[in-house]
Design a protein around this ligand. Structure first.
Ligand code: ASP
Length: 343
């Protein structure tokens, strides 16, 4: 079989940092990152790279950076078997979620990875994360088709659907988890894929890249004692189109009349309110408890088992694409890229 080819897209983050001559940590260029992991040269895979200039800490990731990542993939789509995006860990789950929606009909792997320790330091997790991500991005079956055909996060030894991930640990190497969906592969002595969990869009259509996103959305996290002014200030934000309402348990919120009234006022004004649980695992089930019935009556939409990261990205994507709220609500309750389990 012909040698595989992978394009590395270096955006920044800890994985792209290394020790400079004076021993201080600073961003490295692509060549310096690759030179820090000499094993990559022996992989029998053609590797090219493109870097953001300047490299950014992922706390600075913005909508235009997601568009840039997608444009690089679009321009190079036919030239490579797969893509590895080197990204800071802090917002990697948001970026992987957004890119999953922006790339429609994807039939090649796009693997986001990063590291908790800079590539150039002793004990760094960068080497294992990057080498295995490259291997997965180049992996093809007997017919030459990509084994993985979706946007993923690879970290520690797990390949996860990108829009199902959450950064769960700021300290340990095992920093990401997919609480509501089975992993897509696990690396040990061998890389073991779990194809029964792959997103099978089955699409033979050409890649379509959606570049228009709308960030007129907010996150409102409920807590005991939350007051009316705070909720009103968020829901009455000028130009607001949607709110991710982070609720308790299976989607419950205080039964205070003022909250119900404010939610009704917002939904009547055309603001979509999407109910996402604060729990890391499990699903919203509106109507299970009386404390979520009011939300349902107020027109709040269930986000089922979506992560907050996927919910934010999906709303930005849908409002960038449609201006018809009924269509958007329908799409919210449809799994577009395997991001949600609708019971
Ligand atoms: N602040 C860094 C970033 O997200 C952290 C990391 O890469 O791990 O860019």
């Amino acid at each position: 079989m012909k040698k595989g080819s992978v394009l590395l897209i270096l955006t920044g983050g800890t994985i792209s940092m290394g020790k400079k001559a004076n021993n201080s940590l600073a961003p490295l260029n692509c060549d310096e990152v690759l030179a820090s992991i000499p094993e990559i040269q022996n992989m029998n895979i053609n590797i090219s790279s493109i870097a953001f200039s300047p490299l950014i800490d992922s706390s600075d990731m913005a909508l235009e950076n997601w568009v840039t990542i997608c444009e690089i993939i679009e321009e190079n789509y036919d030239k490579y078997d797969g893509f590895v995006v080197l990204h800071g860990t802090d917002t990697m789950s948001f970026s992987a979620s957004a890119v999953s929606f922006m790339l429609e009909n994807l039939s090649k792997p796009v693997i986001f990875t990063g590291s908790q320790l800079p590539v150039g330091v002793h004990r760094s997790d960068a080497k294992e994360n990057l080498i295995t991500s490259i291997e997965i991005a180049a992996a093809r079956d007997d017919k030459g088709n990509a084994i993985v055909q979706e946007v993923c996060v690879f970290f520690e030894d797990q390949l996860m659907r990108g829009n199902r991930t959450t950064k769960r640990n700021a300290e340990e190497f095992d920093a990401f988890a997919s609480f509501n969906y089975h992993n897509l592969a696990k690396s040990g002595v061998h890389i073991r894929f779990y194809p029964e969990y792959f997103w099978a869009s089955g699409s033979k259509k050409p890649l379509k890249v959606h570049k228009h996103l709308d960030n007129n959305i907010a996150i409102l996290r409920i807590f005991p004692g939350i007051n009316e002014q705070t909720v009103a200030a968020v829901l009455r934000t000028e130009g607001l189109k949607a709110v991710v309402l982070e609720t308790y348990g299976t989607g419950n919120a205080p039964s205070a009349k003022w909250l119900y009234k404010l939610l009704c006022e917002a939904t009547k004004a055309g603001i979509i309110i999407l109910n996402i649980t604060q729990c890391r695992a499990g699903s919203v089930e509106m109507g299970r408890y009386a404390t979520s019935l009011n939300l349902k009556k107020a027109g709040v939409v269930s986000g089922y088992d979506m992560t907050v990261e996927a919910a934010v990205a999906k709303l930005m994507f849908l409002f960038g694409k449609y201006d018809d709220n009924e269509k958007i609500k329908k799409e919210l309750n449809t799994s577009l890229r395997g991001e949600v389990t609708i019971n």
